[in-house]
Design a protein around this ligand. Structure first.
Ligand SMILES: Cc1ncc(COP(=O)(O)O)c(C=O)c1O
Length: 489
């Protein structure tokens, strides 16, 4: 049957002038959004009728771009996560930049697939790999890969270490074929994604031993040695030691140099989870605390946290690129490497991780690093730590508040003093978020619920810290009025 020439199958616009005008408007609106972000609440709950709009039937028929964009403006933009806002201090979220936003648009325009082949976007990713080798003191043979986030970067590192320990034949036979009982070690303050990684790699999350921490939440080296020796006596095969550069709860940095020495002595793979802390290397006042990072066999971190690259932009760096490739490369006829043409190029990123289709995360990172420069990013990182120390001082100077953990980087854990403190502080955090004034999150420190302010956004200023304190006191006094009298007395 002949193909109908009357049929218009392309999804390109029929009127480029109109989409151009609408696109310019969208760009302007997003610049306005970023420029005037302070005029908005940090976050606001979605009304039920807005949420209901996302239960619509399948859109079989087309809609006007302008109508869909109106939906975005009314139902999505006002109810976003809030991490662009300087008052956002929850979890550990970067704020993004206008530069990164533009780069995302350019990347979407190119629609490049960075699984492999020979094209400039792959070279951009290779450029970042080279810069990261240089930044973290890794050798020229080190490999690197963009991934969604540190959760995935941790998983990749654990998988490479597992195959290094068991032999790459495990990729065929599976872990069930070995009688080795692998064990690994990380601090009790390490991130939950590590446990997930052991689960996903078939080793089981019990294989990850959580070592007690000292009063500053750093892994206790003597306890580690005791646990590893005990495991060896009981017939386990220790294979990996994980240090954390910036624990999720309070921002502690393990003694990485000491861990590197111990790992070498114990013949363990040394992995570092540096999700947000690793890029502290850009701030001269933080870099010394990261001494030893260069000795890691693998390093996981995110550009989307302290690096301020828009979500998502995780990264994994492996000291031995050959081991990394051996853990993932899977030849296939339809992915044949050529010496010339589009199929050329030696190292395709799909050989270094589970993904074959990969977006152009490297572009927004390349733009961010080049346009702002590493010094300015380091300066923004140092500023968040300065603000954390300011918040710490304000907490310590305020009788109604209590500091719950030492401030080491950009994270402050504190609470409002109250008889039923856990309940009151949980409600204070919800009230802060729902008021739109500030958005901290919570965690538990020594069993107590803490208000956790992780100051990661480059836009945050001292006035945002003041507002957090003022509103915490206001909500605390309203929720626990009896205590106010006790404190004033
Ligand atoms: C120490 C640490 N490791 C891992 C992660 C997970 O990173 P991602 O959310 O990018 O997967 C986080 C997230 O905050 C973290 O703080």
């Amino acid at each position: 049957m002949p193909v109908s020439s009357a049929r218009r199958a392309t999804l390109d616009p029929s009127d480029w002038a109109s989409i151009r005008a609408e696109g310019h408007q969208m760009l302007d609106d997003m610049f306005d959004y970023l420029e005037h972000i302070r005029r908005r609440p940090v976050w606001q709950p979605m009304p039920a009728q807005v949420r209901d709009q996302f239960h619509a039937p399948l859109p079989l028929a087309p809609s006007d771009l302008s109508a869909v964009y109106d939906d975005f403006l009314s139902s999505i933009l006002p109810y976003s996560n809030g991490n662009v806002h300087p008052g956002f201090m929850g979890w550990v979220h970067g704020g993004g930049t206008a530069t990164g936003m533009l780069a995302e648009m350019l990347a979407a325009g190119l629609n490049a697939n960075l699984g492999g082949r020979d094209h400039a976007p792959i070279e951009v990713e290779r450029q970042i790999v080279q810069w990261m080798r240089e930044l973290f003191g890794f050798p020229a043979t080190a490999s690197g890969l963009f991934v969604t986030g540190t959760s995935m970067a941790n998983l990749i590192a654990v998988q490479v270490a597992r195959d290094w320990a068991l032999g790459f034949g495990t990729r065929r036979t599976g872990v069930a074929a070995t009688d080795k009982r692998l064990t690994a070690y990380a601090s009790a303050a390490s991130h939950g994604s590590l446990k997930k990684a052991f689960d996903s790699c078939g080793l089981g999350s019990d294989a990850l031993r959580l070592v007690p921490v000292d009063s500053h939440h750093r892994i206790d080296l003597a306890s580690f040695l005791q646990i590893v020796e005990c495991d060896r006596r009981e017939g386990f095969s220790p294979f990996l030691l994980c240090g954390t550069a910036g624990t999720v709860d309070i921002g502690a940095i393990d003694d990485l140099a000491a861990l590197a020495r111990l790992a070498r002595k114990q013949q363990l793979w040394f992995h570092i989870d540096g999700a947000f802390g690793a890029l502290g290397i850009l701030a001269p006042e933080i870099a010394p605390a990261l001494a030893g990072i260069e000795a890691a066999d693998s390093l996981a971190f995110d550009f989307h946290k302290w690096g301020q690259v828009p979500y998502d932009a995780g990264f994994v760096l492996l000291k031995d690129g050959e081991l990394h490739r051996n853990a993932f490369a899977t030849p296939a006829a339809y992915l044949e490497r050529e010496t010339r043409g589009l199929g050329a190029g030696p190292d395709w990123p799909c050989d270094f991780g589970p993904d074959l289709s990969r977006g152009f995360r490297a572009l927004k990172t390349w733009f961010t690093l080049k346009v702002h420069g590493l010094e300015a990013i380091g300066n923004a990182i140092a500023h968040t730590c300065e603000l954390a120390r300011y918040l710490e001082r304000r907490v310590v100077q305020t009788a109604e508040l209590e500091l719950l953990a030492p401030v080491q980087l950009n994270i402050v854990c504190f609470r409002y003093r109250a008889p039923d403190a856990d309940r009151v502080n949980a409600r204070i955090v919800v009230a802060l978020q729902e008021s739109g004034a500030a958005a901290p999150s919570t965690t538990r420190i020594n069993g107590h619920l803490a208000i956790r302010a992780a100051i990661t956004n480059h836009r945050t200023e001292a006035r945002d810290i003041d507002r957090l304190i003022d509103r915490t006191l206001q909500f605390g006094r309203a929720l626990a009025p009896d205590l106010q009298v006790a404190c004033v007395d």
